[in-house]
Structure formats: structure tokens, C-alpha cells
Design a protein around this ligand. Sequence first.
Ligand SMILES: [Zn+2]
Length: 139
Amino acid sequence: MVDNLTPEQRSERMRRIRGKNTKPEIAVRKLLFSLGYRYRIHASSLPGKPDLCFPGRRKAIFVHGCFWHGHGCKISNEPKTRTAYWQARFSKNKERDRANLLALHQLGWETLVVWECEVRHLDRLAEQLVAFLGPRRMV
Ligand SMILES: [Zn+2]
């Protein structure tokens, strides 16, 4: 086993990363709230169930874990073993992400994907969110 995680640690990580209300998701929510935006979470009627949505603006935000969604950045920490297996999983997830964004666009929604690694730079992220959402005080 070359992997630096035990199977138990690996499945714990998967559970955590796939789940709703993940750490980066909560950080983005807090940031949006502090910026004065109000939002709905986990809109189950929309394609891909966006993590955050702004119905009045027809805008939706996904907060993607770098590992699970195969960002390929430093912190996505790709497993060193079973590479073919994980590559297949990641490309399946990415394919599904793309399809969800496309479906939302076809319904007239604008979308923004926030990556877990971007949540580390809150100032930059705040600028990005304001640029995407536009003026505050509108739901
Ligand atoms: Zn990343």
C-alpha cells in the first residue's frame, strides 16, 4: 500500500467530502452572509442541487471539494494508488458537473463554481462573489 491513508481514513474522507454542509461550503455561506447576501441552500428542484442559490437573481453557486471533483490542484491530494479507478471516478464527476451547469444555463441560470482551495483566500473570494452576484439587498 503506497497510499498514505488507511482505507478507513480514505472512506471517512470520501464521506466528508461528498456530504452536504462541508467546511468550505459553510465558509462560503458565512462569507456571503457577512457581505450582506441572502440565499437558499441545496435547492433540490434545480439540476445538480446547487449548494447556494439566489432565485431573484437566477444565480447559483456550487462549492466543489477539490478532491472529489478532481480539481487537480495541490490540495486535491489525488490518491497514489488505484489511479485508473480514481481517474474514472473523477472524470465521471466532472462530466456530471458539466452536464449540471449546462442544464442550469439552459434554464436561464448563471452559475459560479467555488473551489475548496479558493476558500483559503477569503478576500479574493469575496471580490469574486460580489462580481458574480452584483449589488446586494436583492434575494
Ligand atoms: Zn482546488
